[in-house]
Design a protein around this ligand. Sequence first.
Ligand code: AMP
Length: 200
Amino acid sequence: MRIILLGPPGAGKGTQSERIVARFGIPQLSTGDMLRAAVAAGTPVGLEAKAVMEAGGLVSDAIVVGIVADRIEEPDAKRGFILDGFPRTVEQAKALDAMLAEKGIALSTVVELKVDEDALVGRIANRAAETAAKGLPVRKDDTPEVFRSRLEAYRAQTAPLSEYYAKAGKLETVDGMQQIDTVTGSLMGILERHAETAGA
Ligand code: AMP
């Protein structure tokens, strides 16, 4: 199963991805996590990405496509994967299509978590407060100001992907404003259907 989870920041992609990982035994490939690890490790990619991420912008397609191309070659991704936070531009989606075509593999489906964007700022404030309460470090880009920039980047650069995948006949949508478990139920229903078709 090769799945893309689409949706604005704070839509619940990370939470739902963890559940898909547990259910289907495929890895979650989060470009945000990979970039944060690169920043923490101070690698050349991390040094280049740091300021853009802190401002809530998008890291260059070349960097992100390179990271994903390497990651999907890892043995654990051979049986499938769930992409969380990638692609984020039509350019990245085209690069992914080319990567998969070269390997002779196809995407199973793209699921978009539809959410009311006005509710997202509140969700992110909660995420930051809950993380802090657990004594864990809060993401620097989870402040209301930076979050608004991330949402803006989503609207301008990532939202067009819905149409891109709808035209390709790959897009499914789930109401992401439901209770977390209900979202998981809807999502799993869609994925089970694709798993059967794929014989996974
Ligand atoms: P996320 O954890 O998915 O919210 O990503 C956090 C930040 O990492 C984003 O605000 C971007 O700055 C950067 N980032 C993550 N994935 C991508 C991507 N596919 N393309 C460009 N920038 C990305």
